[in-house]
Design a protein around this ligand. Structure first.
Ligand code: ZN
Length: 269
């Protein structure tokens, strides 16, 4: 499935191992529109967004929404606000983070663009103030970094939280979706299958963490080494954050306890 004519994309020129081809910045609207995420303040990036909007017939960018406050999603927001005179919105838990926001939003708020509306879903896990935006008419989810075009989302404690992330994925399963437009990577044409794949992947990792603890690995480093066999050096830290996030979830559930740098499975597991 392709995107409808009122949705456009301009991918920022910030490719990398965490950002894949670069951050997807979406333009939503007809005559007036909004932009979801602005990665870079460089003129070339803003030109790209504005040219894409003009190609869609959007004459006025009224609003800028942010899925979350990581710099690859908000780094150009103030610059685009200044350039277009758009109103900048942010999740209410992040009020004041950029220092130039015009409004805040929270779970279940509705934000208008021209003659349409997006629903705000507060979806913590990757970042505690993370939001997805949902267009109910065409059942399209702008997923930010919760679901990516390929690979998996990074859960980086302490703000990243695996317990919240799993709840977020379960919640997304309950939403009828025809298309996911992710913060990085290509669009996802089979949303439900993708969300299930993400849930299964995390449950499998959790089982691996428990198995590693049972086999006598007790530190984040040792557990990571056992589970992530052929991870590149560049992704080693990310893998360790993921293991830490799983351990914190297991601690919250009373299945694991921490003693200094060591993690121990509680006996009734
Ligand atoms: Zn990102």
């Amino acid at each position: 499935m392709s995107t409808p004519a009122y949705i456009g994309k301009f991918t920022a020129n910030n490719p990398g191992i965490m950002t894949l081809q670069g951050t997807n910045q979406y333009i939503v609207g007809k005559e007036t529109g909004l932009v979801i995420d602005v990665a870079l303040s460089a003129d070339s990036n803003m030109d790209g967004i504005i040219e894409q909007a003009e190609a869609m017939g959007v004459k006025k960018i009224e609003k800028i929404l942010l899925t979350h406050i990581h710099s690859d999603h908000c780094g150009g927001a103030l610059a685009l606000r200044k350039r277009c005179g758009a109103k900048l919105g942010i999740h209410r838990s992040r009020k004041g983070y950029l220092g130039g926001e015009d409004f805040q939003y929270g779970d279940n708020d509705r934000i208008s663009f021209g003659d349409g509306e997006l629903d705000v879903l507060h979806t913590p896990g990757h970042e505690s103030g993370h939001c997805c935006f949902y267009e109910g008419g065409d059942k399209i989810l702008f997923s930010g970094d919760n679901i990516l075009g390929y690979g998996t989302a990074v859960i980086h404690p302490p703000d990243g939280n695996m317990t919240d992330y799993m709840k977020t994925l379960e919640r997304l399963l309950g939403i009828e979706m025809s298309l996911i437009l992710p913060g990085h990577g290509p669009l996802i044409g089979k949303p439900e299958a993708k969300v299930r794949e993400y849930i299964n992947h995390r449950l499998e990792r959790e089982r691996q963490v428990i198995a590693a603890l049972l086999s006598g690995r007790h530190t984040i480093g040792d557990i990571t080494q056992l589970i992530y066999v052929d991870v590149s050096a560049a992704l080693q830290r990310v893998a360790e954050f993921s293991v830490q996030a799983h351990l914190e979830k297991l601690i919250r559930e009373g299945k694991v306890k921490q003693e200094g740098a060591r993690y121990l499975l509680l006996s009734d597991n």
